[in-house]
Design a protein around this ligand. Structure first.
Ligand code: FE
Ligand code: FE
Ligand code: ZN
Length: 301
């Protein structure tokens, strides 16, 4: 099973540091942003230390990883032309970067219609994707299932299907299925996992899922909030999330944790990455009720 987490990419080590971080968690895949997720400033690819990172991956037997586009990209913005243009340019350069780093999957939040309505937003997303995908390449864009907070598009499988239907290059689209987001959007993964997956298969096609974000949620099903919780500690819970982990239909699909850092019990402004422990727990298949408490406990860390 391919299991990992999102990792950083910064400082001198850049992608080499990302791979080292993934290894430190016992992961065999990972996800990175090519810079700060909230802006579009990026270093030239020559400075990302890609060859060293690839060599370390090979040595460690890590074959696949995925890239997440900065979340300020908003292809659905029909109000500000400059926002749309920046989104198109950034996405195009992210595709190049992703290819040079050696990944075949770039995850994208479809966008927010900022008040213009779903139809206008979807039309704008299609326009942007057509521009970007007109340049041939080896990287697919994985549209992420969204929680539906604000005016986010992608809160339903039908909205994602409309994007597939509208673009000229649907063969270069995939889906990133985020469990926290689909749960928050109203899909009942706890009681109706099989039905939800059947519905996804019917509307988009199971084979389109290129990556899972396996996050728990701090809110009940349908809350439309998008606040991630540690694996097993939220409203989805361990058993329901393990259905996603164990589903044979997705044997080769990377599972990525975007669960929150756990704040220290005693030290202000200190928090700890939960990924090593969460990965070990998921691999063991048994829920570890005391995990979060231990993660917060400075004396055992
Ligand atoms: Fe995302
Ligand atoms: Fe996500
Ligand atoms: Zn989220």
């Amino acid at each position: 099973m391919l299991l990992g987490s999102h990792v950083g990419m910064s400082g001198k080590e850049m992608m080499l540091g990302s791979v080292k971080e993934a290894i430190s968690y016992g992961a065999n895949t990972f996800m990175l942003y090519t810079g700060a997720p909230q802006n579009t400033k990026r270093k030239p690819v020559e400075e990302l230390r890609i060859p060293e990172a690839r060599a370390l991956m090979e040595e460690q037997g890590i074959e696949r990883f995925v890239v997440h586009a900065p979340y300020i990209i908003n292809l659905a913005n029909a109000v500000k032309p400059e926002t749309f243009e920046i989104a198109v340019e950034t996405l195009a350069s992210e595709l190049v970067r992703t290819e040079k780093m050696g990944s075949d999957t770039l995850i994208l939040h479809p966008g927010s219609h900022v008040g213009e309505g779903v139809d206008v937003g979807i039309a704008k997303i299609i326009e942007g994707l057509n521009e970007v995908l007109a340049v041939p390449g080896t990287v697919n864009i994985a549209l992420e299932t969204m929680a539906g907070k604000g005016s986010e598009i992608g809160r339903s499988f039908e909205e994602l299907a409309r994007i597939y239907d509208g673009v000229k290059y649907p063969e270069r689209l995939r889906v990133c299925f985020d469990t926290c987001h689909t749960h928050d959007a109203g899909y009942d993964l706890v009681h109706k996992y099989d039905e939800v997956m059947e519905s996804f298969d019917h509307i988009i096609g199971k084979e389109q899922i290129a990556v899972f974000h396996v996050n728990d949620s701090k809110n009940p099903c349908g809350a439309g909030k998008d606040r991630h919780e540690n694996f097993g500690f939220g409203y989805i819970g361990f058993d329901a999330l393990m259905q996603v982990i164990r589903d044979d239909a997705f044997a080769d699909v990377p599972r990525i944790l975007e669960t929150p850092y756990v704040p220290s019990a005693t030290k202000e402004k200190v928090s700890y990455a939960p990924y090593k422990e969460e990965i070990a727990m998921i691999r063991s298949g048994v829920f570890d009720e005391g995990l979060k408490e231990r993660l917060a406990n400075d004396s055992v860390r």
